[in-house]
Design a protein around this ligand. Structure first.
Ligand code: C2O
Ligand code: CU
Ligand code: CU
Length: 548
């Protein structure tokens, strides 16, 4: 499965790669094949037009770009400017994490480590601006977490050393540079952090899945490109407020990707690595949505496989799914799509502002995006081309893992109110200030947070550092969410298991339980923020302190 050899040629993988710049070249079909053919939508790489899906999906294997690095000792990671050709023959400035292990060079490696192991790494900042790495979803001491206060200047170094105490699961790492997270993550500073354990191995063994072959990490992102094929990131005041939306869909950095599959079950570890776009995911053949089975969410496996037809995935969230490609015949195509939805569904006319024709504030703001792919439009993400092969019908395990409910008897209740003021979104009235602590939590306390979003708002994916939580209940969900709430207390499949990010829709309240037990010494200050990265950078973030 050396597909990446056809796709990407990494230049400069010499011994010094971990300290030098990098250049990636793209080899794909000629560009003339890739021009959109829809009657109204005429831009190259328009993901609405199915005929655009012709570029081989980049599959992470071995070393090199996006390679899988089985962590076997301390790593030296360097953040550095690089170039990457997303579009045939057109290079764009890009940012990369470079590292080496056992004489092999990696760029933005998929780090893989066993639960319970120690992770040691240094980060050298080779960028022209400040940066820091955050390990999204990992339970680490505050000093290891990549809090924006840990941001290092160009030329600086930060040393990480922590125990990976999380259970097996699909986590990720990305820049958390103070007020520069959105731009740096958009330009490349992000990848997977896979934690392995017995439960994970049991599932992969039972289903005969192999990482990089039938178990595929898949990061979904939307970007804009200029006429030269360079990444475009230029939010105006409205876009800075709503979040930056792309109009080209990338799966593992491949625009309009196609992947050939045989009639068997695949595991897709879906990560929404977009700055602001929410996806309503479905596998569609013709006009029919096919079933898929969710086996995991943010913090690893859920208790049992849950078969569904669609699921929302917000920025920062992960969804681990099994998909049986044998639901189509050889020669047929299946599209992983984002279905149409109304991001402001609950706003309706009742929330309309005077003089705005019944249009709510969020709806009005959303309609002002410069993206040719507005939030909620239906489009394709990845084409799966089914080819002949042995029909393998997987027998799903009935139980996957144990998810013990957090004991909530006597838990403290905390109100978390999202709001809007002065062209920015706030949490409990706060805009982020580095040295301001919004509230203290007692060590080992269990708290229930009731996160409420006003109807005059927009959906916010809310994310906590340092801890995982369980979603207890959704109240007041918009009809399109309520329609899939099959899991009790208004919960959808994306709410099951251990979570670190939860989408809160306009008009909705989401109750989550968090257990603040940890084994670090001293006070620990973490952030809680919106994972719409433009919102985060604009200060939709608070510090909370877990007291020693
Ligand atoms: Cu993935 Cu504070 O973020
Ligand atoms: Cu995080
Ligand atoms: Cu937000």
């Amino acid at each position: 499965m050396l597909q990446r050899r056809q796709l990407l040629l990494f230049a400069g993988v010499a011994a010094g790669a971990a300290v030098g710049g990098a250049a990636w070249m793209y080899y794909g079909p000629p560009r003339s094949n890739l021009v959109a053919g829809g009657p109204f939508r005429h831009y190259p790489f328009d993901p609405v037009a199915v005929e655009n899906f012709q570029q081989k999906l980049f599959i992470p294997v071995g070393d090199g770009p996006f390679g899988v690095l089985d962590v076997a000792g301390p790593l030296k990671i360097r953040a550095t400017p690089a170039r990457f050709a997303f579009l045939p023959g057109r290079e764009s400035p890009f940012l990369l994490y470079l590292t080496e292990q056992a004489g092999k060079a990696y760029q933005n490696p998929i780090l893989r480590i066993e639960s319970g192991m120690r992770f040691t790494a240094s980060l050298d900042n080779g960028l022209a601006e400040a940066t820091i790495i955050h390990w999204h979803g990992l339970h680490v001491p505050a000093a290891m977490d990549g809090h924006p206060a840990s941001t290092i200047a160009p030329g600086g170094r930060y040393d990480y050393d922590f125990k990976v105490s999380n259970r097996g699961g699909t986590y990720w790492y990305h820049t958390h540079a103070h007020e520069l997270t959105a731009e740096q993550a958009y330009h490349g500073l992000a990848s997977f952090f896979l934690v392995d354990d017995d439960d994970q191995r049991r599932v992969n063994k039972a289903l005969d899945l192999q990482l990089g072959v039938t178990d595929l990490p898949l990061v979904i992102q939307d970007k804009q490109f200029d006429a030269q094929g360079k990444l475009l990131y230029k939010p105006d005041a409205h876009e800075a407020m709503m979040g930056w939306l792309g109009d080209t869909l990338l799966a593992n950095l491949t625009p309009n990707a196609v992947h050939t599959v045989t009639p068997r079950t695949y595991r897709l570890r879906l990560l929404n690595g977009s700055n602001a776009r929410i996806y309503r995911l479905a596998f569609v053949k013709g006009k029919t949505a096919l079933n898929f089975t969710v086996i995991g969410t943010d913090g690893g496996l859920i208790e049992r496989p849950e078969t569904v037809g669609e699921a929302f995935l917000a920025p920062g969230e992960r969804l681990d799914v099994l998909f049986d490609a044998g639901q189509a015949q050889p020669g047929e195509d299946i599209f992983l799509k984002s279905l149409a939805f109304d991001p402001m569904e609950n706003e309706g006319s009742s929330a309309g502002m005077p003089g705005m024709g019944g249009m709510g504030m969020g709806r009005m703001m959303a309609s002002m995006s410069s993206s040719r792919l507005p939030l909620g439009l239906e489009f394709n993400i990845l084409k799966l081309s089914v080819t002949a092969g042995e029909r393998i019908v997987a027998k799903l395990p009935t139980t996957l893992s144990q998810v013990k409910p957090i004991p909530t008897g006597g838990a403290a209740q905390r109100k978390i109110e999202l709001s809007m003021g002065q062209m920015r979104f706030l949490i409990n009235g706060y805009t982020f200030r580095m040295d301001e602590i919004a509230f203290d939590v007692k060590r080992s306390a269990v708290e229930i947070w009731n996160i409420s979003n006003p109807t005059l708002g927009m959906p916010h994916p809310m994310h906590i550092h340092g801890f995982s939580f369980q979603v207890l209940e959704r109240i007041g969900s918009p009809p399109q969410v309520a329609a899939t709430a099959r899991f009790g207390q208004g919960r959808t499949v994306s709410d099951l298991g251990w979570k670190d990010t939860v989408l809160v829709w306009p008009g909705e309240s989401v109750r989550i339980a968090i257990d603040f037990t940890h084994d670090f010494s001293g006070d620990q200050t973490y952030v809680f923020h919106c994972h719409n990265l433009e919102h985060e950078d604009a200060g939709m973030m608070i510090n909370f302190r877990v007291q020693a």
